[in-house]
Design a protein around this ligand. Structure first.
Ligand code: HEC
Length: 162
């Protein structure tokens, strides 16, 4: 084996060892997302899409073309409150089953413009809820602080250019 092969094989195995999550669970979670959540939640908003929604909110208007906060933003936001995987998964499973303004961790604008999400988890099995929550945890790696800083920086740049 040459050195490059050794390095590549390390690069591939290390992340797998670090996170002991069953790939079948993540696959199932993505299926649940596609079937049940993607009606309202887009999978990933770019920083530009984040900015567009933010500018609407700052003007007191409902963001256009979306019915709920995008999943990458929700995942990062929840991780800033529940960084631990077990707590994150618990939070998501509970929220989608019994959503309420009090336990929610989104910005106020989410509830004002979109309303509280329906208790969609009540029609789902434990297995489906766990799978989609695990998928939400592992699918995204951005930190909320970084995303929020990026959008504010972009906002400054865009407003300066006007
Ligand atoms: C009918 C539209 C709709 C569907 C379907 C839907 N959601 Fe939501 N979801 C929303 C809206 C609107 C919000 C923002 C208001 C809120 O948090 O309740 C939201 C917020 C959330 C939040 C953030 C909770 C918080 O802290 O406020 C999570 C987590 C979430 N959704 C997960 C899911 C998952 C997982 C599914 C699929 C199983 C799903 N949603 C399906 C509309 C929906």
């Amino acid at each position: 084996m040459n050195i490059r092969k050794i390095l590549t094989s390390f690069a591939v195995t290390l992340p797998l060892l670090a996170q002991e999550v069953n790939p079948d669970v993540l696959k199932k979670g993505y299926e649940v997302f596609r079937r049940t959540c993607s009606i309202c939640h887009m999978e990933e908003a770019s920083i530009w899409e984040f900015l567009r929604a933010r500018l609407s909110v700052l003007k007191g208007e409902r963001p256009q073309n979306i019915d709920a906060p995008p999943m990458n933003l929700i995942s990062a936001r929840i991780k800033s409150f529940y960084p631990n995987e077990v707590e994150f998964v618990e939070f998501v499973k509970d929220y989608i089953t019994n959503p309420s303004r009090e336990k929610g961790v989104c910005f106020k604008a989410a509830y004002v413009f979109f309303g509280i999400m329906p208790p969609i988890g009540q029609g789902m099995s434990e297995e489906e809820k766990t799978a989609v929550a695990e998928w939400m945890y592992y699918r995204y790696s951005d930190r909320w602080d970084d995303l929020f800083k990026k959008v504010k920086d972009l906002q400054k740049r865009v407003l300066k250019e006007k």
